[in-house]
Design a protein around this ligand. Structure first.
Ligand SMILES: *Cc1c(COP(=O)(O)O)cnc(C)c1O
Length: 385
């Protein structure tokens, strides 16, 4: 147990499970990002899907970030939270007509387009609404992100973006389309990337692509390098902030931007993951044949990452400073994958203790479901309780 990190007395009055967001961690993270990206041509769009909690959205809008949305619902939530529509971009392989129309009506800044049929549909709908849609081509650069296969998006076998061999065809179609305007190139190769050489490879690939497009007389206003910067799930207390210095420096060193070209980033996880913890109560400690289980009141419906990606989250007993023992921390859902951690070292644990499942600010609350007809988890911020 780390003393002082959590307002445990206040927690006792709250119904578990809930997400707890530490405002100091959010603020420090944002300051670090601002510090290392303080160039006038760098723009950060927060990837809303990482955490669409209203207060988080409002906070990030307030700090001047744009929004990277992947659905009509996210576009609406972003506008409601205070993001300017001129700083909203819209990505996704399967944009429905109503979502495209919603984006057109709100004059968002850019559609990140992922296929030829999508180009045609956006052109038709823009024509119908008398608009010119600004678009970026999402290009699949075939760079391996060396991360979990479910969150690798930039290989040629993935469903995302245009493969390199399709770019010419896309450019031809854009030239023939009256209501779309090519303003950018977009790349997003995966998530939870901690090996920064992956981003170097991305830069080098982008340089090649820009060179070859330029030979055809095509230049764009912006390059969007997506998101994907990873965080340290093992040591949230010691390394609470991602390596933004290293990350932004890679692009400064390796990417050949043209004069006046803007550089867009779409960070999600690295902005919000470390500020969040899922707080859950131990319902029972059950002695099995070979191990002991801490059965908690949060389940995969509140946090699906361990079940979905086999993801690791650091877990602490914040009620106990007893001797360390090993537990399998499991939820109440009727699925064998409803496990938060195997062989977790916890201070001696009893019924009623509170556990903090750390680094759950990204892809936690947003992925919650009502499977088993459970209630959605609530959320509290450190400055409100
Ligand atoms: C999910 C996503 C992001 C954010 O990824 P993180 O790993 O959370 O930084 C950025 N851009 C696109 C297109 C995405 O789908």
């Amino acid at each position: 147990m780390i003393k002082g990190l959590f307002p445990i007395d206040k927690f006792k009055r709250l119904r578990t499970p809930f997400y707890y967001y530490d405002c100091d961690v959010i603020r420090n993270t944002i300051q670090e990002i601002k510090h290392w990206s303080s160039f006038s041509n760098y723009h950060i769009h927060y990837a809303v899907k990482a955490n669409a909690n209203e207060r988080i959205l409002a906070c990030l809008a307030n700090y001047g970030f744009g929004a990277d949305c992947v659905s009509g619902g996210e576009i609406e939530a972003s506008i409601n939270a205070g993001f300017k529509s001129s700083e909203i971009v819209f990505a996704g392989v399967g944009k429905a007509d109503w979502e495209i129309e919603l984006a057109l009506k709100n004059d968002i800044s850019c559609f990140n387009v992922e296929s030829l049929p999508e180009l045609a549909v956006i052109n038709n709908l823009a024509c119908k609404h008398n608009k010119i849609a600004s678009i970026a081509l999402r290009i699949n650069p075939d760079v391996d992100a060396h991360t979990h296969s479910y969150i690798t998006t930039g290989l040629k076998e993935n469903k995302f973006g245009f493969n390199l061999s399709k770019i010419d065809e896309a450019v031809d179609l854009i030239k023939k389309s009256s209501n779309i305007k090519l303003i950018g190139l977009h790349f997003h190769i995966g998530s939870q990337i901690t090996d920064l050489t992956v981003f170097q490879h991305l830069c080098i690939r982008i340089n090649d692509i820009q060179d070859s497009l330029e030979k055809q007389g095509i230049g764009v206003e912006h390059i969007n390098v997506g998101g994907g910067l990873g965080i340290n799930y093992q040591h949230p207390n010691h390394i609470p902030i991602a390596d933004f210095e290293g990350y932004f420096k890679v692009f400064g060193s390796y990417l050949n931007l043209r004069p006046n070209q803007q550089l867009h980033f779409e960070l999600g996880r690295s902005i919000v993951a470390q500020c969040g913890s899922l707080i859950t109560k131990v319902l029972y400690v059950k002695q099995g044949e070979v191990k002991q289980f801490a059965i908690v009141d949060a389940g995969m419906t509140d946090l699906i990452r361990p079940a979905l990606y086999n993801a690791y989250h650091h877990i602490e007993n914040i009620s106990s400073d007893g001797s360390i023992e090993e537990y399998e921390v499991v939820g109440p859902i009727c699925e064998s994958s409803d496990v938060f951690g195997k062989s977790v070292a916890l201070n001696h644990t009893e019924r009623g203790d509170l556990l903090a499942i750390r680094s759950t600010g990204a892809y936690g609350e947003t992925m919650a479901s009502r499977y088993n007809l459970r209630q959605l988890p609530s959320s509290f911020f450190s400055d409100e309780i």
